[in-house]
Design a protein around this ligand. Structure first.
Ligand code: ADP
Ligand code: 5GP
Length: 212
């Protein structure tokens, strides 16, 4: 019986630790998950590599991808485009991998509309003070961009109720294990086991008719 992977969207305020959690989750459980790599028009941060963190695109190239319908969703976030390449995500799910998209809230809601089985997970740090500390401590954005991102966090906080799970990223390893547990539990939901249970029912029916 073919097993379709689960689509999960992870969102959270910039600096909450989404990237760090996803990196660790994939290190710990490489067989379970595939992380979608997005396209963006923002400039690479020091240490980021083309095709690993993002596919870095010009605005013209990104707009061509929109025209070609090559993106599952896209959004603008603090003056840049971000979008999810379609082929990779659908291909990995068909192969049974749980695919994780680390995207902001507008994109998350678009994905949920298109694919209602999607699990939406929101990550926060334990406090606002810690959020600011992490964003400043990362040292990758100018003070103006940090201000824009904290303002945007205020807007994103209004949409958190649309999510299925809220995970507080205090101690990293505990948080990674919690995310893994949530996603593994999702596999046991009856609604995701319909093919299995229908097959079982058929065999029981045949048994009752004396066909076995
Ligand atoms: P995001 O992807 O959500 O923008 P990052 O993963 O880049 O956030 O994390 C922001 C900063 O916070 C990084 O410097 C990272 O090392 C740090 N960080 C992430 N998780 C934790 C944690 N549990 N405790 C302390 N610092 C953390
Ligand atoms: P960053 O610049 O910090 O890497 O990402 C900024 C925001 O864009 C984050 O909230 C991140 O989750 C989001 N993001 C990254 N890729 C995508 C994408 O493909 N689509 C959407 N909608 N948001 C994305």
């Amino acid at each position: 019986m073919s097993k379709q992977g689960i689509l999960t969207v992870v969102s959270g305020f910039s600096g909450s630790g989404k990237g760090t959690i996803m990196k660790r989750l994939l290190e710990k459980y490489p067989q379970n998950y595939a992380l979608s790599v997005s396209a963006t028009t923002r400039a690479p941060r020091p240490g980021e590599e083309e095709g690993r963190e993002y596919f870095f695109k010009s605005v013209e190239c990104f707009e061509q991808m929109i025209k070609d319908d090559a993106l599952l969703e896209y959004a603008r976030y603090v003056n840049n485009y971000y979008g999810t390449p379609k082929d990779y995500v659908l291909g990995q799910m068909a192969q049974g991998k749980d695919v994780i998209l680390e995207i902001e809230i507008q994109g998350a809601l678009k994905i949920k509309q298109k694919y209602p089985d999607t699990v939406l997970l929101f990550v926060t740090p334990p406090s606002f003070a810690e959020l600011e500390k992490r964003l400043v401590g990362r040292g990758t954005e100018t003070p103006e961009v940090i201000r824009d991102r904290l303002r945007r966090a205020g807007e994103e906080s209004l949409g958190v109720e649309n999510y299925d799970y809220l995970v507080i990223n205090d101690e990293l390893e505990a948080c990674v294990d919690q995310v893994h547990a949530i996603l593994q539990n999702e596999h046991t939901k009856v609604s995701r086991k319909i093919d299995f249970i229908n097959d079982f029912k058929l065999q029981l029916e045949q048994y009752a008719k004396g066909e076995n």
